[in-house]
Design a protein around this ligand. Sequence first.
Ligand code: PGA
Length: 254
Amino acid sequence: MRKQIAAANWKMNKRLDEGQTLLTAILAGVNSVQPNQEVVFAVPFPYLVPLQSLVADKTNISLSAQNCHHKTSGAYTGEVSVDMLDSININYCIVGHSERREYFAESNAVLAEKVNLCLSKNITPIFCCGELLNIREAETQNQFVAVQLEESLFHLDETAIQKVVIAYEPIWAIGTGKTASSAQAQEMHAHLRAVLATKYGTVVANNISILYGGSVKGANAVELFSQPDVDGGLVGGASLLADEFIQIIHALKG
Ligand code: PGA
């Protein structure tokens, strides 16, 4: 059965001491995570090692990188490779967040390389897809996200694709307070699963977790996560507030 995942994306927020306080408060509010659930904290690179001791003895709670470089190593000043992440035992990495696509011009082809490198080190890519408002208004979002999957993931074989977590994040809903309705989320998630099923078959498609992202909060998480094809969330703003994120974790399907 596919995992239900609550993933926090801290983005470029918090000083280290504030991050330690936040993570400690969240962990204190979560007694245990069910075997089919996973809680992931995508924190800034410099905090990956210092925060590791806080989650070390926790089951199904992990730290994640927010990005990695698409080359293995070399003269890329300021970049972080998957090998570096592997060397500090990081098992998750967000790939292709819309902010990276927009501000750092990450293409579907570059993201395919990042996905490959992550998988080569057994790092689970949390692969983000999602459309801009104008695409939604033109009602071409289904085709748009299908192409994102095809160009960045569909070179993978059946085994490899099942190691990928997909996050559907409509860009018009990120940080805007404008959540997709649970019906809109379900419709898109079912579409993504159907696209995966066409390529890999239903059994494989049913094993892939598809998270929803875009203004997930404590107050809307239960309704969103209770949709049959929504397997949790990738959460920005509300993951910076302990009470909100605890509520979001508790909203995961059991
Ligand atoms: P948000 O961000 O929850 O603040 O909308 C989600 C994301 O960008 O991953």
